[in-house]
Design a protein around this ligand. Structure first.
Ligand code: ADP
Ligand code: MG
Length: 698
């Protein structure tokens, strides 16, 4: 069989020296294998035409057939755009370009019939499609029917007639030359275990999908493959390193854990929670140091998993601590933990920046003597003066607010490093990238407690306040509570405060028959606490706040989250805020209030919030919208995570699975010495021989 990575692309019929050069320079394609692994970045279902009159809110990519009526250039600077009025006889909409204005104007003509693809967005009284794909109607035969793949191409490629369709033709030529057979990369024992499609079937369907279902299977197999080999490589080298790093062994699942589980747990754990607890137990019992990241969407019940882990530490005569990014959150964790534990014989302390001197003076010796079992707090926990008798487990909630350096300071509190559990509600790419070099193992709670209704998210312009107020009043009348949040922009707290204060005046007047409370960053901790308490107890119906309530606050009776100036928040922040509601059994709402003038990106951001409640999807969208950010950083530092199909933002679960399988293979055959695994060894050599040595990164 041909060794695909060794066969030069110039051997492919239709690729002469000129094209080969462009393919290499512009797309890094030099071998048959490179071409096969040049995957489409999207597919569009072209089996159906829509009419303008059929367009509704929140449609996916659609296909229209019609004519351009006019071109108009509007706006200035970054808002400069070309707007084409487009009609198919049933109605009209705008096609909009922010880039390549001259090119577009030159390429398309008024009056000619075109096929237009894109995602319609509502804009005032009309719809628009930004940066649509346009083909002359004569090409309908070529493009219509089934799922059409789209390949990334550059201007230079297009000039050399290497547009998306030409790439697809090359794929066809290559696969035909190979008799539609692609060498398998995985040995049969792995294939049997994962039950995914063969490499041959995957490659055929990724370039020529037979159906959406076949395409999904192909994507899954190829994503798995990509992540599996990366994991196999890391784990093989990391295993060696881990042998050298000792950890505390927690062999006992004892009295406290069992008593709590049997007698105090107010509800059944979800399967996902049970699985994660098992993973944590296995880690902490192994004698190696646990360094685990717990990802779970807002409201998935991470706190309880944290508490159960702390009980394991206590059962083994160690202390545990839980560190939160804000005082409000630390307080809340404290209350939650105290409530869960009831009258159990466990000493819990709260330590924050506003703990009184006198109380501190009592607490510190009790922590140092081991009398206190669990300490919950903020950054105050990492101060020099806080000394533990035997810290066995450190839990860090909402990881993205704590730097690696701060984590390291917690570790220094013992001779042997404590186990570390980091909990985060937004799977940020950086953490996933970290898993790629083995710093953190990952657990995922991919299930919400039963009976939760997904939060319904609405986007409203701020000139429609009256309806909003009516809606809020109706909710409050049924006994529910409402959050209203204002943005906080760094360095301009005064302005934010003013916004909040103005809002507060409006709300207290309009809702004069109800109690409105307010929380913001400039308040004294005690006042903050008192105001929060009014809302928690149900005395106040409306809580108005800046983002201090962002993380972790839990009031199940609150059913509406209103986010003012929603355009000023980032996606993960919006998602976090939304997570404050939908914690009870009733329908909850999140209302994103924005001004009418929005940039394309902002509009997308709000649209994504309306469309999905899934934190993984949101993280991926965030990554897409903001660009590679953190990932670029790792690239520059030479870690070179060059992924062709898997996405670190959205494929966390496949990554985890690939890691598990790689682990299983290595457990069985640590050095890949078995005959059946020679294929893996060879593939690792091909993939990573030119890369840096992962084992050297720590
Ligand atoms: P998060 O993952 O966002 O930190 P929390 O730990 O605050 O979520 O949990 C959200 C709510 O769900 C809390 O009120 C908690 O008591 C409740 N909860 C957690 N686990 C379960 C479960 N298995 N069944 C029912 N409710 C649960
Ligand atoms: Mg939480």
């Amino acid at each position: 069989m041909i060794e695909l990575h060794k066969r030069s692309i110039t051997y492919l019929p239709g690729v002469g020296p000129k094209k080969a050069e462009i393919l290499l320079k512009e797309a890094k394609i030099s071998s048959f294998e490179d071409l096969l692994y040049y995957f489409p970045y999207k597919y569009i279902d072209r089996s159906r035409f829509y009419t303008v009159s059929e367009i509704k809110e929140n449609m996916p990519y659609i296909q229209l057939k019609g004519r351009i009526l006019s071109f108009e250039t509007l706006g200035e600077g970054r808002a400069r755009r070309l707007v084409a009025r487009f009609t198919d006889g049933t109605g009209a909409l705008d096609l909009v370009w922010f880039k390549g204005i001259a090119y577009v104007k030159d390429k398309y003509s008024i009056g000619k019939e075109y096929i237009v693809f894109g995602k319609p967005a509502e804009f005032g009284h009309t719809y628009n499609i930004a940066h649509p794909d346009i083909d002359p109607v004569e090409q309908a035969g070529q493009v219509a029917g089934g799922l059409t793949p789209y390949y990334n191409t550059t201007e230079k490629m297009k000039k050399s007639f290497l547009n998306s369709r030409a790439i697809q033709n090359l794929q066809f030529t290559l696969l035909k030359l190979l008799d539609w057979q692609v060498p398998e990369t995985l040995p049969s024992d792995v294939l049997e275990r994962i039950k995914m499609v063969s490499m041959t079937e995957a490659m055929r369907n990724i370039h020529f999908p037979e159906s959406a279902e076949q395409l999904k299977k192909a994507q899954l197999r190829l994503k798995f493959d990509e992540l599996f080999f990366i994991q196999l490589n890391i784990l093989q080298t990391a295993a060696y390193r881990k042998l050298k790093l000792k950890g505390l062994a927690f062999p006992l699942v004892g009295d406290k854990f069992n008593t709590f589980y049997k007698e105090y747990l107010p509800f059944e754990l979800t399967d996902a929670q049970k699985r994660v607890i098992k993973e944590i137990r296995r880690d902490m019992g192994s004698g190696r140091q646990m360094n685990r990241l717990l990802q779970g969407d807002v409201g998935s019940g991470k706190t309880l998993v944290g508490l159960l882990s702390m009980l394991l530490a206590i059962d083994n005569d160690y202390q545990a601590c839980m560190m939160a990014p804000t005082e409000i959150l630390a307080n809340q964790h404290y209350v939650t933990v105290m409530n869960f534990l009831g009258d159990m014989d466990i000493k819990v302390a709260l330590l924050t920046g506003s703990t009184k001197k006198r109380d501190r003076a009592k607490l510190l010796p009790a922590i140092a003597s081991g009398e206190i079992n669990i300490v919950i707090g903020t950054h105050a926990l990492i101060e020099e003066t806080v000394v533990f008798s035997s810290l066995g487990l450190a839990i860090i909630d909402e990881q993205h607010r704590f730097g690696v350096e701060q984590r390291a300071r917690l570790w220094k509190k013992n001779e042997v490093v404590p186990h570390v559990l980091v909990m985060t509600a937004t799977p940020i790419p950086r953490t996933l990238a970290m898993t790629l070099y083995g710093d953190l193992d990952v657990s995922v709670i991919d299930q919400l407690p039963p009976g939760r209704k997904p939060v319904l998210t609405l986007h409203r312009y701020d000139n429609r306040k009256k309806e909003l107020f009516e809606f809020l009043r109706k909710e409050i009348q049924t006994g529910r509570q409402v959050y209203v949040v204002y943005p906080l922009i760094e360095g301009s707290e005064k302005v934010d405060y003013k916004n909040l204060e103005e809002g507060y005046e409006v709300f207290t007047e309009i809702f004069s028959e109800y109690k409105v409370c307010m929380v913001h960053g400039r308040m004294k901790a005690a006042d903050k606490e008192a105001e929060m308490q009014k809302f928690v107890s149900g005395e106040a119906q409306i809580l108005m706040a800046t983002t201090v309530i962002e993380v972790g606050v839990n009031v199940p009776n609150a059913s509406v989250m209103v986010i003012e100036s929603a355009e000023r928040f980032g996606l993960s922040q919006l998602h976090q805020l939304r997570g404050r509601v939908g914690r009870g059994a009733d329908q909850s709402y999140c209302v994103l209030v924005s001004s009418y003038k929005l940039s394309n990106e902002t509009r997308k951001r709000l649209e994504i919030m309306v469309q999905t409640n899934n934190g993984f999807e949101i993280a991926e969208a965030d990554l897409r919208l903001r660009g590679h950010g953190d990932l670029e950083g790792t690239r520059q530092s030479g870690i070179g995570i060059d992924l062709k199909i898997a996405n670190l933002g959205s494929d966390g679960q496949i990554l985890q699975y690939a890691r598990d399988i790689a682990n299983a293979v290595l457990n069985d055959d640590p050095e890949l010495k078995q005959d059946a695994h020679s294929l893996l060894k060879e593939r690792l050599r091909i993939l990573f021989s030119r890369r840096i040595n992962w084992g050297m990164i720590s």
